[in-house]
Design a binder for this molecule. Structure first.
Ligand code: SRM
Ligand code: SF4
Length: 564
């Protein structure tokens, strides 16, 4: 007899995600109990405790909550951005965290202030449900408004999909917004879950949308990736659909692994919603509900193979799918600096180190962004590289915007090294309960050391992507970078080498359990070889694989050490 996982039981008896949340919010305790924190995630909230405090003997855990907003395609109005900025100061830890999936996290909100925070966000039409939990998460989409004359079509489509896959349960509005159902158009829906049913999906499910050639969303890493295809007039025709991407793994368990999505079919734009709904339904019905470590859609695809999956999908659809069309080679894009939009206005992309919006010494990023956005009222887009774009700027306002950027000492991209602009780290300690090592807090210094090394080796003009995470879950997508540092135990990292800038190859484990202080010395000889032996135009990742510094055989063989 099969035994479903504990989380499945919790979902099933939750009365559509209500559980005991309303009751627990009313008690005096600073935390929510174990069962209900599982449901909390469906409401866009994670319970956390300060890991620095946890280590101090005799001190009680310091509980707080992280709220993740649902921001499809990273698209925000000025008022929505400013609401997050205000709430971070009023109820959070004074910083905003831009995420690798184009959303904003508020950290450090205490239990009694969850409701007011969510209510104020709701006033600005921002909800947190749909950002977390075993459902389709925030749909990602290239944020750049400059790509083509049809750029808004993909952004609008990301919103449409994100809304389409929202849970129908009204629990979020009842619990946090006091039953008010008027303001969010998404909320006026019947109280049943035609797609998700009582137990929702076996695991989180992620969708990303890309323009041909532009891999800013790391399109091969999603459960489902959609790459647009256009006609010669740049009209959207449809999408190449990729299935089965996902990055989370566990250092010691070979049966868990990162996986890139495979091309499945080409689908005309009119059919995409229907096809995606059936794909999600197949995962709902056949995904693993016993073992959450094997429950992501990538394992279903890996176990079944593409032909069997396509057959089942076609059976459900009642028609045959077209084969995938050829995929334009993808480039890693950041969309930073000043760029002209297709409508004649301008946008400026500003790099945000590890997505953390804060004032730090003379660099007043948080204040600067607030004042610029308040003054000009421009819309905002968040990028998959944890950066921010200020968009729809009139030509004549450019100088004044630049003046304010300068006055707050916010660096323009031309003043940042390539390695720093392209680097990403996850939050890890002290907020993430799953972290086994530091990431965001130590990465700026690690990058500084690499800046010096790359200068010394005359490689600073090259684009080499470095990413760091505090555990193997892969939140900063380290397994597609040229060089990934993945926390394995306190202060020790697995070093992954050889990702492909176009996103079509995972990197390989090069060395495990490398102390933080040895990361630079471990990578130095490889960079020296790259400088001396590379072929013209060859990326670092391609070089590492061609010269067999790393290869497929290596990926798991060297792992060991403590589990997260
Ligand atoms: Fe993540 C869990 C942060 C993108 C794979 N992730 C977590 C949690 C919520 C820890 C937890 O469950 O208690 C982290 C909260 C830390 C904190 O203090 O904020 C966390 N993940 C993040 C963010 C904030 C990292 C960042 O630097 O921006 C990203 C939020 C995205 C968003 O707005 O929705 C974030 N997480 C990702 C990505 C990248 C992506 O989706 O493009 C991945 C890899 C792709 C994938 O899903 O396979 C990712 N996060 C995970 C996993 C591993 C899932 C798996 O299949 O094994 C976990 C753990 C889990 O789900 O059990 C996790
Ligand atoms: Fe936490 Fe691990 Fe994700 Fe980093 S990669 S945020 S440590 S779950």
């Amino acid at each position: 007899m099969t035994k479903i996982s504990k989380v499945e039981e919790i979902k099933e008896k939750s009365r559509n995600l209500r559980g005991e949340l309303a009751v627990q919010l009313r008690n005096e305790l600073p935390y929510i109990d174990k069962e209900n924190i599982q449901l909390l995630k469906f409401h866009g909230i994670y319970q956390q405790d300060d890991r620095d405090v946890r280590r101090i003997k005799g001190r009680d855990k310091e509980w707080s909550f992280m709220i993740r907003s649902r921001i499809a395609g990273g698209r925000l109005t000025a008022a929505q951005y400013l609401a997050h900025d205000r709430l971070a100061d009023e109820f959070g830890n004074g910083t905003l965290r831009l995420t690798t999936r184009q959303t904003i996290q508020l950290h450090g909100v205490i239990k009694g202030q969850l409701k007011p925070t969510l209510q104020l966000l709701h006033k600005e039409m921002i909800i947190a449900t749909g950002a977390c939990g075993d459902i389709v998460r925030n749909v990602m989409c290239c944020p750049a408004p400059a790509n083509s004359k049809t750029d808004h079509i993909l952004q609008d489509f990301a919103h449409e999909l994100s809304t389409h896959f929202l849970p129908h349960s009204q629990a979020y509005y009842e619990i946090w917004i006091d039953g008010e159902r008027q303001a969010a158009p998404d909320s006026v829906q019947p109280e049943e879950e035609p797609l998700y049913g009582k137990t929702y999906l076996p695991r989180k499910f992620k969708i990303g949308i890309a323009w041909p050639g532009d891999n800013c969303v790391d399109i091969f890493t999603h459960d489902v990736g959609l790459i647009a295809t256009l006609d010669s007039n740049e009209e959207l025709l449809g999408f190449n659909v990729l299935v089965g991407g996902g990055l989370g793994m566990n250092h010691k368990k070979k049966q868990t692994f990162p996986r890139l999505a495979d091309p499945l079919a080409w689908i005309p734009k009119e059919q995409v919603k229907q096809v995606l709904t059936h794909i999600v339904a197949i995962q709902r019905d056949h995904g693993d509900r016993e073992n959450r470590k094997h429950a992501r859609f990538k394992y279903l695809i890996d176990d079944w193979g593409i032909p069997a999956f396509r057959t089942e999908l076609e059976r459900k659809l009642g028609y045959t799918l077209d084969p995938p069309q050829s995929i334009t080679p993808m480039r890693p894009e950041l969309h930073l600096g000043w760029n002209r939009q297709s409508d004649g206005r301008w946008f400026v992309g500003l790099s945000v180190q590890n997505g953390r919006v804060k004032d730090d010494g003379s660099v007043r990023l948080k204040t600067g962004l607030r004042e610029i956005i308040e003054t000009f009222g421009m819309d905002v887009r968040l990028t998959p590289n944890q950066d921010i774009l200020l968009i729809n700027i009139a030509y004549e306002d450019r100088q004044a915007v630049d003046g304010m950027i300068l006055a707050h000492h916010i660096p323009h991209e031309q003043h940042l090294s390539n390695v720093r602009k392209h680097a990403m780290a996850c939050p890890a300690l002290p907020t993430c309960g799953l972290a086994v090592a530091e990431a965001e807090r130590v990465f700026p210094d690690v990058i500084r050391e690499f800046e010096i090394l790359l200068d010394e080796l005359d490689l600073s003009r090259d684009i080499i992507t470095f990413r760091m995470t505090g555990c193997p879950n892969g939140c900063a997508r380290p397994y597609v970078s040229d060089i990934g540092f993945v926390g394995h135990s306190m202060d020790k990292y697995a070093v992954f080498i050889g990702g492909d800038p176009s996103g079509k190859r995972l990197n390989y484990l090069y060395k495990d359990l490398v102390p933080l202080s040895d990361l630079v010395d471990t990578v130095r000889p490889l960079l020296e070889q790259y400088r001396d032996l590379r072929i013209d135009g060859e990326s670092f990742g391609d070089f590492a694989v061609r010269t067999r510094i790393v290869d497929e055989e290596a990926i798991f063989d060297q792992s060991g050490g403590s589990l997260p």
